[in-house]
Design a protein around this ligand. Structure first.
Ligand SMILES: [Fe+2]
Length: 456
């Protein structure tokens, strides 16, 4: 009998119930200025015994906590109701647009834009819109304005409110740059020719450019024919390159710069600096096998400086501690930043590389990191043995607060209770006692990305 997928065990194991709980117990004090919802998406497959299951293809489940007046009003977790999920739960599907047959319970991120809460995913599928209580409204194509699918990661210009996304799809010989106004109107969906069908999970934005990463993980028809759930493989013949697309419309041409072969899921942030573009990335050196999430070399936080005059990319190591899920104060997105937050994930890489499936409870390491790029220092908040911390999101104390004047929040597994806490750290006392630990009534599997959605 085939072994159970490693992504169905330990800290990755899905939960089987949707829970609603009110007036959650808290250790510490929830800052009164935090009024809104923290939402986080992640895979939570309905079937629990698929030996070929890959973490990236599980049906999305959104976990949310509602804060108001210093109280944690509720916790909810809800599956995103794609047609397949709705039918599996014995419900009728909400109906709506589907791109190229790719109806999927979006599992990667959750964002709020132009008054809509959207669970997002990439590779051809549309987002799903959720209501304030995380119930699914249906698939969303921006009022039929999207020509194809959408993207998991988006970037919002903090001054204009304009949202950018890069869509890709195995059936396209291009990628698509999408621009959505702060009102939700799609004003551009421009095709950029790119060979081989690369996976493009994230990108970066500066005031002048959209920064594209065309890296050697590409669609594989052979892998698809062999039944791979995620038919993307390392392609040594695909030139790694980073591209700059002008935001001012002066040119629709992308200027490409060759780079060393590597893999990047995520960028921290990017900005223009005179004749250069600076991008901070979490980088996997060498060949990356996305089917088992294993890199050939170290996983590091690096700074790429793209020199426009020289036509070259310079790379500098910022931190060799393995980490993922980099997040910045989003008021500084596309502008120079000083601080970055991430989750230490050394253990998950060792576990995956070892191939013995032993994720244990150490899977994401047990620490959140705060990097000070001006002082070149890092501060860690360690959560102790058997805790697991996922992505952390920075929330400013007020709209005009300084860059690190605010809170960092993440779901952290509490091994003593066998359930998750929403942990709130003061960003300026990062390694100190959490400001608040909100005790949730359920375990939350390791997942992907989230957002703090403040009340307006
Ligand atoms: Fe991501």
């Amino acid at each position: 009998m085939p072994e159970k997928s490693r992504f169905l065990r330990g800290s990755f194991a899905p939960v089987t119930d949707e829970v609603t709980a009110f007036d959650l117990p808290v250790t510490g004090t929830i800052p009164a200025e935090l009024s809104g919802r923290y939402l986080r998406n992640g895979p939570n497959p309905l079937g629990l015994d698929d030996p070929g299951y890959h973490w990236f293809i599980g049906a999305g489940m959104v976990h949310g906590v509602r804060l108001r007046d210093g109280r944690a009003e509720w916790y909810r977790n809800r599956w995103v109701r794609s047609r397949r999920v709705a039918e599996a739960l014995g419900e009728s599907w909400a109906q709506g647009p589907v791109h190229a047959g790719s109806d999927f319970a979006a599992n990667t991120h959750i964002i709020r834009h132009a008054g809509r809460t959207l669970a997002t995913v990439e590779a051809g599928a549309l987002p799903y819109e959720l209501d304030a209580d995380l119930d699914t409204r249906g698939p969303y194509d921006f009022g039929r304005k999207l020509p194809g699918g959408f993207a998991a990661h988006t970037k919002v210009d903090p001054l204009t409110g304009e949202l950018h996304a890069i869509a890709y799809f195995w059936g396209w010989d291009y990628i698509q740059h999408i621009v959505v106004t702060s009102d939700g109107d799609v004003i551009a969906a421009d095709n950029i020719p790119v060979p081989d069908g690369p996976m493009i999970h994230d990108f970066a934005l500066t005031e002048r450019y959209v920064v594209l990463f065309d890296l050697p993980v590409t669609f594989s028809m052979d892998a698809a024919a062999a039944g791979a759930q995620l038919p993307y493989t390392w392609n040594a013949t695909h030139q790694a390159r980073v591209g700059l697309l002008s935001r001012d419309g002066s040119s629709s041409e992308v200027r490409w710069f060759e780079a060393e072969p590597c893999w990047i899921f995520h960028t921290l942030n990017a900005y223009d600096d005179g004749g250069t573009v600076v991008v901070d990335v979490v980088q996997y050196e060498g060949a990356y096998d996305v089917s088992v999430l294993s890199g050939g070399g170290p996983l590091t936080l690096d700074r790429w400086t793209i020199d426009l005059a020289a036509g070259k990319v310079l790379r500098r190591r910022l931190d060799d501690r393995p980490q993922e899920f980099p997040r910045v104060d989003e008021r500084l997105l596309s502008r120079p930043h000083r601080y970055g937050y991430s989750a230490a994930i050394g253990e998950v890489n060792r576990a995956i590389i070892s191939m013995n499936g032993d994720f244990g409870d150490q899977a994401f390491g047990n620490a959140l990191l705060k990097r000070d790029l001006a002082r070149d220092s890092v501060e860690a908040h360690e959560f102790g043995s058997a805790a697991t911390a996922g992505e952390a999101v920075f929330v400013p104390a007020s709209p005009i607060a300084a860059e690190d004047d605010g809170y960092v929040m993440a779901f952290v597994h509490d091994p003593d209770r066998g359930a998750a806490d929403l942990v709130i750290l003061a960003a300026q006392d990062f390694s100190g006692e959490p400001v608040a630990r909100i005790h949730l009534p359920a375990r939350i599997p390791l997942g992907f990305h989230g957002s703090w959605i403040p009340d307006l």
